[in-house]
Design a protein around this ligand. Sequence first.
Ligand SMILES: *Cc1c(COP(=O)(O)O)cnc(C)c1O
Length: 365
Amino acid sequence: MSAPGEAVVDLGAIAANLRTIAAMARTPLMAVVKADGFGHCAVPVARAAVAAGATWLGTTSAAEALELRDAGLTTPILSWLHPVDEDFGRLIDTRVDISVSSLPHLHAVAAAARLRGTPAFVQLKADTGLSRNGAIGSDWPELTAWARKYEKDDGVRVRGVWSHLANADAHDDTAVAAQVDAFEEAVQAARATGLDPRLLHLANSAAALHAPRTRFDLCRIGIALYGFGPGLRPAMTLGSRVVNVKRVPAGTGISYGPDHVTARPTTLALLPLGFADGLPRAAQGRAEVWLHGQRRPIAGRIAMDQCVIDAGDLPVRIGDPVTVFGDEPAPTAADWARWAGTNPHEILTGIGARVGRILGKAANP
Ligand SMILES: *Cc1c(COP(=O)(O)O)cnc(C)c1O
């Protein structure tokens, strides 16, 4: 049975991107492989990143961390968002570092470690301005003091202190500098309680590349690993094939509505991918795909399962390959993000379950 489209993931690009970022940031790197490696398949991406020099792996959930351990990856992993009743024992058994942002979480992790008779490696998260996870205000000294107490009882080892930036992607230097200051204060406060965190980290991709003060001991690299940033190569190519072709006269309505009516005779090529496969409806009227070595517009509404390419006078045939996004000169996921008013992260992680994943190298049609 064939999939309506295929996302081809070039692990060579993942490795090359990691090396390029390492040369620019000159800091150890954590490859962030949450959300199935931003839709690229977490395990092979993690292996490629580690082989290229990543010294840490980052996941959001415990299940994502355990998937990496089950696949045999022994690299240090940090997992950072857990319900308070998470099975922390499994993370302790598999030596996954647990990010802790609140006292109830710290107590739960310490209780799990006590049951196991093995200390838990934790990294305490400070909220330095994003107002999501992380401790702030008087919660921070309380969290660090309790962590120190558990460290003395040998229940936890505080390996790191970390935080996350709110506005690095917008290159907002003032906001970034304020968060760096707040982070340094949080680290000082942690040291004042007797903790000795050896691993300090704050930067995501954009900060690692553009804001040297954010780099500390480790940079957490997500979107840049997948190829978005200066000098980097998109690792994923989303491709499909034309499933129908027709020649239509001027005045022909295309797709629901119709929102688009042809201005002249043209050839329409049907693409079996729609918003259920991750092509955002909001990109209507701007989106283009790569067909016969050219950018051609998608005409009319993107439907759940299909959309229509205005192929003009190209000699298109059923079965011809189409690149929805990939590397230049084809449209990129960053182009799709701009057309839809979102970021490339959402485009990459939005690819639907019907689309096949293939490890390899895509050829542009
Ligand atoms: C997703 C995530 C990252 C990676 O961010 P990019 O901007 O994609 O590099 C880093 N740190 C945390 C906490 C994250 O959730």
